[in-house]
Design a protein around this ligand. Structure first.
Ligand code: ADP
Length: 261
């Protein structure tokens, strides 16, 4: 909150004035706490793969020269952890760039249909490899449906949501991407028949590093930052993201974007 007090000049005297500014310290404290939480969470996330890499390199240095099979296993594990660190650092950078307010994308009017189709199709083989039914209904996205966006932003939003849908849905489940359009907005749905999200966790899953099941997310290669990135991206395009979910039935993530006319 800012309060400004202006002085009134006396008649005949040169103009003078005073401005007193009070900042609401509770906002500043909240921001500072969020920053501290982020640094603590990020350090913790970085420490886990680093510890695994350190343990494996020590084992390799101490014992590894004699047994090729063991060496390969240890090196493979190191390689996985390095990939995990790489994903984490990339997601952290993405989020930092979005949060700094420096627009990382150039937004321009574009037809949404071709971009969405190009994003969705490459996910099909991974769903099939998990024996999932993967389908899409994007008929509504005809040539008249334009949004003001950047291809990269749409891609990151859909990649994150579809990735989650496939990875959290058990083998044999269903993942469906669909689009609906009205005069003002486009709505993209990513629906799955996965485990669903407990009601009490729903308000928090778009927070940085929040996971319903930490161990499960980590074992599936998650960084805990994907949905925070999706939320920022949707907002930077003038839209929003929401989820409806039922435990044991599935989840539907919905992104709404304003149409450009
Ligand atoms: P992560 O890298 O852990 O997947 P996200 O930010 O993408 O991080 O998601 C945050 C958490 O939300 C996940 O850890 C998971 O608990 C939950 N979640 C996200 N998508 C789904 C989904 N489709 N089905 C069930 N839970 C989900």
């Amino acid at each position: 909150r800012t309060i400004a007090v202006h002085g009134t000049p006396l008649p005949g005297s040169p103009p003078s004035g005073a401005v007193i500014v009070f900042h609401d310290v509770t906002d500043l404290r909240r921001l500072e706490r969020m920053r501290q939480d982020f640094v603590a969470n990020a350090s913790h996330e970085l420490k886990t793969p680093l510890a695994a890499i350190k343990a494996n390199t020590e084992t390799l240095l101490d014992w590894g020269l004699h047994d090729d099979a063991v060496n390969v296993t240890l090196l493979r594990q190191i390689d996985e952890q390095v990939d995990r660190l790489d994903n984490l650092v990339q997601d952290m950078l993405r989020l930092a760039r979005l949060e700094s307010g420096d627009e990382p994308f150039r937004l321009e009017p574009m037809a949404l249909g071709p971009v969405v189709r190009a994003c969705v199709e490459p996910h099909e083989p991974r769903a099939r490899a998990r024996s999932q039914q993967f389908s899409h209904d994007l008929e509504a996205l005809d040539d008249s449906v334009l949004v003001r966006a950047a291809e990269e932003a749409i891609r990151q939003i859909l990649d994150n949501l579809i990735d989650n849908a496939i990875k959290y849905t058990p083998e044999g489940g269903t993942v469906r991407v669909s689009a609906r359009v009205d005069d003002r907005r486009v709505r993209l749905d990513v629906a799955d028949t996965g485990p669903g999200i407990p009601r009490e966790d729903i308000p928090r899953i778009f927070e940085r590093f929040y996971r319903v099941d930490k161990a499960r997310s980590r074992s599936l290669g998650g960084t805990g930052l994907g949905l925070a990135i999706v939320k920022h991206l949707a907002q930077s395009l003038g839209g929003d993201v929401a989820v409806e979910s039922q435990l044991g039935v599935g989840s539907t993530f919905t992104v709404r974007l304003p149409r450009h006319s």
